[in-house]
Design a protein around this ligand. Structure first.
Ligand SMILES: C[S@@+](CC[C@H](N)C(=O)[O-])C[C@H]1O[C@@H](n2cnc3c(N)ncnc32)[C@H](O)[C@@H]1O
Length: 297
């Protein structure tokens, strides 16, 4: 398995982890957020942790749902950070997020690589549960026709802004604010097909009309919907999760069971992580399963 982390040319750094917290640098601003998986002690001195401008804390006795303590000096409309040629706006949001999932960085490069290997062939990529669009930007930057779908209008607008900031505003990207299942079932009825799907389903979510997404209840139906809208020979699939119990082997088993078209290609699975620059430890952050039709990469 090759899953090295591309730390160079990235204005993000995981500075330290431990005592169930992580210390992160997003461009010029430093944050402290919960990391329930950081079971070991912190490595940097308290003076470094105190430099965090913003801190997100779970409500007492809970491991989800919490609140930010942020100084008024932070830019109200966010700020920009770069990953290679891509530019992302970041800012603290609900659920303790900052608008970017840095553990996905190796996958952004993998997406670009898959597309480069198609030697200019134009393909249709669906990025479902696309959030602020990092994977959409990666795919669009490498020449794909991308459909970016998310239930949240705010996230879709943020993704559009990121595409513009990255100088990719002229790329063929369709923006869809919809419930994932509803959209995919409609695409099936219209007989619209895709060559690749990027999917990062949350544990729980809601569509714009309150449609409930609960991963354990919906994943089989979701896989069937993927099969129905995929071409006979998909170019690639990227499937990631952050849900407890959904390991990389579970993801691979789901793809192999529900997507018979993947019999022809190659699978790669593993655990996503972010390297902690002070200890050299890898902070675990979910699982991936990647499928590609071609032999290398
Ligand atoms: C884990 S985030 C995805 C992160 C993204 N793939 C990335 O790497 O930046 C989950 C996203 O799913 C969206 N979502 C939740 N329920 C949904 C639903 N029923 N249909 C479509 N999107 C949904 C949320 O709005 C959120 O943006």
């Amino acid at each position: 398995m090759s899953f090295s982390y591309p730390s160079d040319n990235f204005d993000y750094q995981l500075l330290d982890t431990g005592a169930f917290q992580k210390l992160e640098q997003f461009g010029p601003h430093r944050f402290c957020r919960p990391a329930p998986q950081a079971l070991w002690p912190k490595s940097l001195p308290a003076s470094e942790w105190k430099k965090a401008e913003g801190e997100y804390k779970y409500f007492k006795g809970k491991d989800t749902g919490g609140e930010w303590k942020i100084p008024s000096s932070l830019p109200e409309n966010g700020w920009q950070i770069k990953f290679q040629n891509l530019v992302f706006k970041v800012q603290p949001t609900g659920f303790g997020h900052i608008g970017l999932f840095p553990e996905q960085a190796p996958n952004w490069l993998w997406i670009i690589d898959q597309l480069k290997q198609l030697n200019g062939k134009e393909i249709k990529v669906l990025n479902v549960f696309g959030y602020t669009g990092a994977s959409t930007l990666a795919a669009a930057s490498a020449g794909a026709h991308v459909t970016h779908l998310d239930a949240s209008k705010g996230s879709v607008n943020w993704a559009r802004e990121n595409l513009e900031l990255s100088g990719l505003g002229d790329r063929p990207v369709r923006w869809i604010v919809e419930d994932a299942m509803k959209y995919m079932q409609r695409e099936h009825r219209r007989d619209n097909k895709y060559d690749a799907i990027i999917m990062d389903p949350p544990s729980f979510g809601r569509g714009p009309k309150g449609e409930v997404w609960q991963i354990e209840d919906k994943l089989s139906e979701f896989m069937e919907a993927c099969q129905n809208i995929l071409n006979d020979s998909p170019a690639f699939l990227l499937f990631t999760t952050h849900s407890p119990g959904f390991s990389s082997l579970t993801l691979e088993n789901m793809l192999k069971t529900y997507l018979p078209s993947t019999q022809k290609g190659h699978f790669e699975t593993g655990e996503m992580f972010i390297p902690d620059t002070s200890t050299g430890l890898h902070l675990p952050n979910g699982f991936f399963c990647r499928y590609r039709a071609n032999a290398r990469g």
